[in-house]
Design a protein. Structure first.
Length: 143
Protein backbone atom coordinates (compact mmCIF):
# COMPACT_ATOMS: atom_id res chain seq x y z
CA UNK A 1 0.00 0.00 0.00
CA UNK A 2 1.24 3.47 -0.84
CA UNK A 3 0.30 7.04 -0.03
CA UNK A 4 -2.51 8.44 -2.12
CA UNK A 5 -1.54 12.07 -2.61
CA UNK A 6 -4.66 14.24 -2.90
CA UNK A 7 -5.05 15.84 -5.36
CA UNK A 8 -2.93 13.67 -7.68
CA UNK A 9 -0.90 16.71 -8.77
CA UNK A 10 0.56 16.75 -5.26
CA UNK A 11 2.37 13.52 -6.07
CA UNK A 12 4.28 15.21 -8.90
CA UNK A 13 5.28 18.00 -6.49
CA UNK A 14 6.65 15.43 -4.03
CA UNK A 15 8.46 13.63 -6.86
CA UNK A 16 10.06 16.93 -7.96
CA UNK A 17 11.22 17.69 -4.42
CA UNK A 18 12.79 14.24 -4.11
CA UNK A 19 14.38 14.57 -7.55
CA UNK A 20 15.94 17.87 -6.47
CA UNK A 21 17.18 16.32 -3.19
CA UNK A 22 18.49 12.82 -4.04
CA UNK A 23 19.88 10.55 -1.32
CA UNK A 24 23.49 11.28 -2.26
CA UNK A 25 22.94 15.02 -1.78
CA UNK A 26 22.53 14.52 1.99
CA UNK A 27 19.88 17.28 1.96
CA UNK A 28 17.10 15.21 3.47
CA UNK A 29 16.23 18.00 5.90
CA UNK A 30 15.45 20.38 3.02
CA UNK A 31 13.39 17.74 1.21
CA UNK A 32 11.45 16.81 4.35
CA UNK A 33 10.66 20.45 5.17
CA UNK A 34 9.34 20.95 1.62
CA UNK A 35 7.22 17.76 1.67
CA UNK A 36 5.82 18.19 5.20
CA UNK A 37 3.31 20.99 4.37
CA UNK A 38 1.95 18.89 1.50
CA UNK A 39 1.52 15.93 3.85
CA UNK A 40 -0.13 18.12 6.52
CA UNK A 41 -2.80 19.18 4.00
CA UNK A 42 -4.15 15.63 4.08
CA UNK A 43 -2.88 14.30 7.41
CA UNK A 44 -3.08 16.44 10.55
CA UNK A 45 -0.69 14.04 12.29
CA UNK A 46 2.07 14.32 9.67
CA UNK A 47 5.46 14.97 11.23
CA UNK A 48 9.07 13.93 10.89
CA UNK A 49 11.26 11.06 11.93
CA UNK A 50 14.77 12.07 12.91
CA UNK A 51 17.08 9.08 12.59
CA UNK A 52 20.56 8.81 14.07
CA UNK A 53 22.85 6.21 15.54
CA UNK A 54 21.27 4.79 18.69
CA UNK A 55 22.63 6.17 21.98
CA UNK A 56 24.14 2.81 22.92
CA UNK A 57 26.37 2.85 19.83
CA UNK A 58 29.75 3.93 21.06
CA UNK A 59 32.76 4.71 18.87
CA UNK A 60 34.12 1.16 19.12
CA UNK A 61 30.89 -0.33 17.77
CA UNK A 62 30.81 2.19 14.95
CA UNK A 63 34.42 1.41 14.04
CA UNK A 64 33.74 -2.34 14.14
CA UNK A 65 30.87 -1.92 11.70
CA UNK A 66 32.76 0.54 9.52
CA UNK A 67 30.19 3.28 10.04
CA UNK A 68 30.31 6.97 10.78
CA UNK A 69 26.60 7.13 11.50
CA UNK A 70 23.76 5.45 9.67
CA UNK A 71 24.01 3.73 6.32
CA UNK A 72 21.12 3.38 3.86
CA UNK A 73 20.49 0.19 1.89
CA UNK A 74 19.75 -0.24 -1.77
CA UNK A 75 21.76 2.57 -3.35
CA UNK A 76 25.17 2.23 -4.96
CA UNK A 77 28.05 3.70 -2.96
CA UNK A 78 25.71 4.72 -0.13
CA UNK A 79 26.42 7.91 1.79
CA UNK A 80 27.22 7.65 5.50
CA UNK A 81 24.92 9.98 7.39
CA UNK A 82 25.18 11.31 10.93
CA UNK A 83 21.40 11.68 10.75
CA UNK A 84 18.50 11.33 8.33
CA UNK A 85 15.06 12.91 8.22
CA UNK A 86 11.91 11.63 6.59
CA UNK A 87 8.30 12.76 6.61
CA UNK A 88 6.01 10.49 8.61
CA UNK A 89 2.49 10.56 7.20
CA UNK A 90 -0.37 8.10 6.84
CA UNK A 91 1.72 5.40 8.58
CA UNK A 92 4.39 5.78 5.89
CA UNK A 93 7.83 7.35 5.69
CA UNK A 94 8.61 9.56 2.71
CA UNK A 95 12.15 10.46 1.66
CA UNK A 96 14.63 9.97 -1.17
CA UNK A 97 14.91 6.30 -0.19
CA UNK A 98 11.17 5.67 -0.59
CA UNK A 99 10.03 7.93 -3.39
CA UNK A 100 6.66 9.64 -3.40
CA UNK A 101 4.86 6.35 -2.67
CA UNK A 102 6.37 6.29 0.80
CA UNK A 103 7.18 3.10 2.66
CA UNK A 104 5.31 1.54 5.60
CA UNK A 105 6.67 2.85 8.91
CA UNK A 106 6.83 -0.59 10.51
CA UNK A 107 9.26 -1.87 7.83
CA UNK A 108 11.12 1.34 7.01
CA UNK A 109 14.18 0.89 9.25
CA UNK A 110 14.68 -2.82 8.59
CA UNK A 111 14.35 -2.53 4.84
CA UNK A 112 15.96 0.85 4.17
CA UNK A 113 18.97 0.86 6.55
CA UNK A 114 21.92 -1.37 7.24
CA UNK A 115 22.27 -2.22 10.95
CA UNK A 116 18.69 -1.09 11.56
CA UNK A 117 18.92 -2.23 15.19
CA UNK A 118 21.46 0.56 15.73
CA UNK A 119 19.29 3.32 14.24
CA UNK A 120 17.37 5.41 16.76
CA UNK A 121 14.21 7.25 15.69
CA UNK A 122 12.71 10.33 17.27
CA UNK A 123 9.27 11.57 16.25
CA UNK A 124 9.29 15.35 15.68
CA UNK A 125 6.00 17.23 15.31
CA UNK A 126 6.84 20.22 13.11
CA UNK A 127 9.49 22.35 11.40
CA UNK A 128 10.45 24.48 14.41
CA UNK A 129 10.87 21.36 16.56
CA UNK A 130 12.92 19.77 13.80
CA UNK A 131 15.19 22.82 13.61
CA UNK A 132 15.68 22.68 17.40
CA UNK A 133 16.47 18.96 17.30
CA UNK A 134 18.95 19.41 14.46
CA UNK A 135 20.66 22.33 16.24
CA UNK A 136 21.04 20.19 19.36
CA UNK A 137 22.33 17.25 17.32
CA UNK A 138 24.86 19.39 15.47
CA UNK A 139 26.02 21.11 18.66
CA UNK A 140 26.61 17.70 20.22
CA UNK A 141 28.61 16.45 17.24
CA UNK A 142 30.90 19.49 17.26
CA UNK A 143 31.63 19.26 20.98
Amino acid sequence: MTITWRPPTKRSRVERILHDHPAHSSRCDEAAKAIWPLAREQDDDAGFWLLRAAPWCGPLLMIQKGLIGILPKGIPDPPKWTHHICVATEKHCVCALTGADGFPEERYLAEKFQYAEDVHTTRVAGCSELDESLATLRAGSSA
